[in-house]
Design a binder for this molecule. Structure first.
Ligand code: NAD
Ligand code: TYD
Length: 351
């Protein structure tokens, strides 16, 4: 069969990537979706068992830094477009070891850009780079990140993502590569690796383990359901303007402590525990080094220009998320056995 587009999605076995692959495979049967992933600790093909048999889906295990492997994929699958999500994504890990973040997030991104530039001779292509609002730095009590906000990354993770964003824009301005970019706020939802705040807390509440809150818990994050992020990427990929970046978020700010208390209450109800029981597990621990105080997105551009908005409230999205983790105990057990135990002890034991 000849496909209308042959889209390379990098990092498709990860949290956000697997939601995007699922959406694209099911919504666009006339597209071929090629998921390329190195399957690091964060990549898991179990996230995609429902689409692996679809005829318009293919999986390739490869590192985005590997020039020969990427070349081969572009040639073998006649890649027309790229949606690039592969990355090292966890701030705490970037503090422990920044070099892996430079390799994948910066070198890997430039490798992909370079190969796309060499293969694509017309403008009928899109290279969509998926990035984060963390590139804008840390807000005080007031204000929102706009697309024009100056970059001010402060963690090794956000510095590597900011660098990759700059290279993406450089390939547009210098070589005319048809790029699009999105910078999204914190995601939550099913299949998220339990190193990130929400799945880590859900898992610890289930097992009645301490709930480690960094510092005073007054840092603020702006949370978006992952399915809504995937729908925003779909919209930008198809309808966004070449050379533009779009902020994605849902005006949904929570302090960490209020969010965890809300989660405790909701899970006490679901687990038939006395209300207040899980909250007693909250433990304040040593703060993260260079901990950004507040992230908050102004999503006016994507809302007005592309008519996108989130489909659920935070309460609805969190409810679906908690239900998924409670119903998928095998998934969580599989990802928290082995290396996760060492990671958890290293990060939290003497904190
Ligand atoms: P994740 O850590 O869950 O998944 C990353 C995926 O990339 C994994 O499947 C991993 O195996 C793969 N990968 C890592 N290194 C690779 C390499 N060298 N070659 C090929 N594959 C590799 O991350 P996520 O949370 O799904 O984030 C996806 C993207 O979205 C990232 O670019 C991230 O910066 C961005 N983002 C994430 C959030 C969030 O809240 N999670 C918010 C905004 C933007
Ligand atoms: P995280 O999910 O790591 O996302 P990011 O750092 O990229 O925003 O963390 C979200 C917030 O929760 C952040 O302010 C750090 C805080 N946090 C804790 O208090 N305890 C934890 O165990 C974790 C993982 C995060």
């Amino acid at each position: 069969m000849s496909y209308k587009k042959s889209i390379l999605i990098t990092g498709g076995a990860g949290f956000i990537g697997s939601h995007l692959v699922r959406l694209m495979v099911n919504k666009y049967p006339d597209y071929r979706i090629v998921n390329l992933d190195k399957l690091t600790y964060a990549g898991n093909l179990e996230n995609l068992t429902d689409v692996e048999g679809e005829s318009n889906y293919a999986f390739v295990k490869a590192d985005i830094c590997d020039r020969n492997a990427i070349e081969e994929v572009f040639t073998n699958y006649d890649i027309t477009d790229v949606i690039h999500l592969a990355a090292e994504s966890h701030v705490d890990r970037s503090i422990e070891g920044p070099m892996e973040f430079v390799m994948t997030n910066v070198v890997g991104t430039v490798n992909l850009l370079q190969i796309a530039k060499e293969h694509w001779t017309s403008k009928e292509h899109v290279f969509h780079h998926v990035s984060t609002d963390e590139v804008y730095g840390s807000l005080g009590a007031e204000g929102l990140f706009e697309e024009t906000t100056a970059y001010d990354p402060r963690s090794p993770y956000s510095s590597s993502k900011a660098s990759s964003d700059h290279f993406v824009m450089a390939f547009y301005h210098t070589y005319g590569l048809p790029i699009k970019m999105s910078n999204c706020s914190n995601n939550y939802g099913s299949h998220q690796f339990p190193e990130k705040l929400i799945p880590l807390m859900i898992n610890n509440i289930v097992h009645k383990k301490p709930l480690p809150i960094y510092g005073k818990g007054d840092n603020i994050r702006d949370w978006l359901w992952v399915v809504d992020h995937a729908s925003a990427i779909d919209r930008i990929f198809h309808e966004g303007r070449i050379g533009e970046s779009y902020n994605v978020g849902g005006l949904n700010e929570w302090t960490n402590i209020e969010l965890v208390k809300f989660l405790c209450k909701s899970m006490d109800e679901k687990l038939g525990r006395e209300i207040g029981e899980s909250e007693k597990l909250i433990t304040f621990v040593k703060d993260r080094a260079g901990h950004d105080m507040r992230y908050a997105i102004d999503a006016t551009k994507i809302e007005k220009e592309l008519k996108w908005k989130p489909s659920v409230t935070f309460e609805e999205g969190l409810d679906k998320t908690v239900n998924w983790y409670l119903e998928n105990t095998e998934w969580i057990e599989a990802v928290t056995s082995g290396a996760y135990k060492d990671y958890y002890e290293g990060m939290y034991q003497n904190r």
